[in-house]
Design a protein around this ligand. Sequence first.
Ligand SMILES: [Zn+2]
Length: 212
Amino acid sequence: MEPFIRSDQYNFIKAQTQILINGHSTTNDMDVLHALKDIAKEKVLDLFMDMSDEKKQFIDPILNIKDKTNAEEFLSQLKPYVIPFKEVTEQTIRKLFPKAKKLKIPSLENIDLKEISYLCWDDKGSNKKYIVAQHHNKLIGLQGTFTSINQKGICALCNRFEEIGMFISEAKGSVQGTFIKRGNHICQDSQKCNQNLITLDKLNDFIVWLNS
Ligand SMILES: [Zn+2]
């Protein structure tokens, strides 16, 4: 069977397993636990459209999760079906950032492509952050300056309370010679941010907004 779970969906499922673990550790009420399990299963199935019975079989064991061990086992059985982020070559990355002449390409070897919804790296020298994401099935590149604000706040991509900084991108304005700056707070640590992503809604909004 082909991988069918996006990385953010996998994170969503993981979050549901945590709700079940918490439920089991706080109550023995069978009715409450049954309800919790049903809700978790329904929410997970709702992530997918037209799910085949074969795929549903992989989700069913969520009903048996009581503790961390069960959850880890369940998640490890799903992991092979997570869709990895599109493999990108150095050449592809350069094409996405045609104006960045001295682009430093990150080493992609140590990145688990199943654990990211977007690829991001910092260029410390120029205080820039580069982001590669998929939008409408196309790879897109976003670049902007990044300034850490040394405090926690809500990230515009993962919507969680994390160490954030201000990402500002500059686009050409409609009048020649003018530039439009757009910025938002995003996580300093993109690996953490990717782990926090349980939906792509905010990431998609961010891409649309920066390109509007
Ligand atoms: Zn984030």
